[in-house]
Design a protein around this ligand. Structure first.
Ligand code: UDP
Length: 419
């Protein structure tokens, strides 16, 4: 650990779990480099200060109530947070930079805010504080999303849903459907971008970004592997019993199934996943968040074929310590929604992926995993019985799966070198 340098960084994470994780991980790295860290956070999904004893915490009143917080409309919630947080954030920052507000604390050298908040750079400018943004979604996606406005001008996008299976010729190997739910991004207006990725993984995409945009990019490395008295940044209670369960299973025998912190599942989707897991004949660990299902009796209502499989070779939990799960020898594959944190965590442990993107940036990420890095299989046809059975077989039983595993392990090596 470097000596303290008497400079304070103000970190403002977005409260969604994947974003919060990335920012707290970055905070740990910067703390180890000697900076003091203040986390300014919303009341909604607030982090637990006791898990991060080295950081100072300040909360801002976002005014998000219970029903707003539990909406399935993720985009709506994003927009609401952006509007509601602007004024309280500015007030908090003004207090922190005023000579009295700082108290004995070191002066604020820089603000690092999540790029999902649109107002932070202008607040920092008004208060004459240097500012960087953290992009939590990786380089390839950012490159695609920032070129959107240009392509739109040229009439190449928007693309139509009816063409969803066609290739996007401007961004091969992406298909039209991979970007249908991507929001175009404005080119960066900040003075620099810290980006949650590592050179060895996205060297090519980082080079494209550096060419396309006039701001410096600083990859974090696989920040979740950086342990400074490592602690959980999860706002949900982790069920650790799944770790001892995993340790009783044979190596590479379990499919780990999790669709992140936001995606909700319909009744029909739950039933389909359950039957797929029953038919796969593989052991499974399935994360079903309380908020991702609406019927409290959903489990009892599943067919006996699944319930027998669950009793014999399965486990369902509400939330796991995912990074630890992926590192257990028993995990043979990760059935994922292709969120960026989950993707990086999987890559760092060499776990091949079954990619089932749900929305936003996930389509792009899934396509890169399957078609560019070839460390996973894309569930192209979505939740259809034969499609999934075929994908699971390709990954866990066939020769192709062996090759995917070899590439995934080679990528793990690269990730560990760049920590
Ligand atoms: N996660 C976890 N336990 C779980 C499921 C997910 O700790 O049971 C964590 C996971 O490790 C990752 C984050 O939640 O860091 C999900 O972020 P991601 O970007 O993959 O997806 P999002 O939740 O933003 O859709």
């Amino acid at each position: 650990m470097n000596p303290r340098n008497n400079l304070r960084l103000m970190l403002f994470p977005h409260p969604f779990q994947g974003h919060m994780n990335s920012m707290l991980q970055l905070g740990r790295i910067l703390y180890a480099r000697g900076f003091s860290i203040t986390i300014v956070h919303t009341n909604f999904n607030a982090p637990d200060p006791s898990s991060h004893p080295h950081f100072a915490f300040r909360s801002i009143a976002d005014g998000i109530d219970q029903s707003e917080a539990s909406t399935p409309d993720v985009r709506g919630l994003l927009a609401l947070l952006d509007v509601r947080c602007a004024a309280p954030f500015e007030e908090c920052m003004r207090e922190m930079v005023s000579p009295r507000g700082g108290g004995d604390a070191a002066p604020i050298a820089c603000l690092i805010s999540d790029s999902m908040f649109s107002f932070t750079s202008s607040v920092a400018q008004r208060l004459k504080v240097r500012a960087l943004v953290l992009r939590t979604g990786g380089a390839a996606f950012l490159y695609v999303a920032t070129l959107f406005p240009v392509l739109k001008e040229k009439g190449h996008v928007p693309v139509l849903g009816s063409r969803s299976e066609e290739p996007m010729k401007e961004f091969l190997p992406l298909l039209v459907k991979d970007i249908l739910t991507v929001d175009p991004q404005k080119p960066e207006s900040s003075s620099g971008v810290i980006i949650n990725t590592f050179e060895e993984l996205e060297h090519f995409d980082l080079a494209l970004l550096r060419e396309a945009l006039p701001v410096p990019f600083f990859p974090t490395g696989p920040s979740h592997k950086f342990h400074v008295a490592s602690s959980s940044s999860s706002s949900l209670a982790e069920d650790r019993s799944c770790i001892s369960w995993l340790d009783k299973q044979s190596p590479k025998s379990v499919i780990y199934v999790s669709f992140g912190s936001l995606a909700a599942l319909s009744k029909a989707e739950i039933l389909e996943i359950a039957l797929d897991l029953a038919d796969s004949e593989q052991s499974f660990l399935w994360v079903v968040r309380a908020r991702s299902v609406h019927d409290p009796e959903w489990l009892e209502k599943l067919p006996s074929r699944f319930l027998e499989a669950l009793e014999g070779r399965g486990n369902i939990v509400k939330w796991t310590p995912q990074k630890e799960v992926l590192a257990r020898p028993a995990v043979g594959a990760f059935w994922t929604h292709s969120g960026w944190n989950s993707t990086l965590e999987s890559i760092s442990e060499g776990a091949p992926m079954l990619c089932m993107p749900r929305f936003a940036d996930q389509g792009v990420k899934a396509r890169y995993v399957s078609d560019v890095r070839r460390i996973g299989v894309h569930l192209n046809g979505g939740l259809e019985r034969e499609n999934i059975a075929r994908a699971i077989k390709r990954l866990l039983v066939e020769r192709e799966g062996e090759e995917i595993k070899e590439r995934a392990l080679a990528m793990k090596e690269k990730a560990s070198v760049s920590v």
